[in-house]
Design a protein around this ligand. Sequence first.
Ligand SMILES: CC(C)(COP(=O)(O)OP(=O)(O)OC[C@H]1O[C@@H](n2cnc3c(N)ncnc32)[C@H](O)[C@@H]1OP(=O)(O)O)[C@@H](O)C(=O)NCCC(=O)NCCS
Length: 157
Amino acid sequence: MFKMIKINLRKIIRDNAEEIHRIDSICFPAGIAYSFTEFTYLLKHINQAHTKGIKGFIIEVNSKTSGFIIARQNKERSEIITIDILPEFREKGYGEKLLNFMEQFLIKNMVKYIFLEVAVNNEPAVNLYTKLGYKILKKIDAYYPGNIPAFVMRKKI
Ligand SMILES: CC(C)(COP(=O)(O)OP(=O)(O)OC[C@H]1O[C@@H](n2cnc3c(N)ncnc32)[C@H](O)[C@@H]1OP(=O)(O)O)[C@@H](O)C(=O)NCCC(=O)NCCS
């Protein structure tokens, strides 16, 4: 039988720090995942209605929190800080939906360029960004723990 899937996107609020931290700790190994203190700081002034600062959304699938995205905006430029989809919700199009949603939000908020850094060996993420039109600008050696290089990617929106 066909089961209806209900997707909801909601703005992150300060009180979500614990929930966001829990998801990030599942999605990234220790040393790469942000600490609770870092999330508390990041979310301190989240989603204030102007063209500077931290913006973020949570995706819910059938009322279950499934992932989130956080970006930093500085007028016409923005940077994706992280996008996390919980393992059981991956490869179903939710990461793409979330990134698309953030891009649409940033376009309305005057952004022209989105930047991000991604580990060169993070194939799912590199493929997602490439699929959505992000181009590799440069490679930074030993950017992540374990001497893993990063790609700096950019999209003009
Ligand atoms: C990267 C991530 C957000 C992708 O989320 P997702 O919901 O699984 O991705 P989607 O199902 O929307 O897939 C969109 C595209 O991403 C790419 N992709 C996703 N999973 C992939 C995989 N396992 N292998 C290769 N490419 C993959 C594909 O290009 C895919 O398009 P396609 O379905 O037409 O092939 C998810 O894997 C994740 O949370 N990873 C851990 C956290 C992380 O690394 N975040 C990025 C930080 S820079």
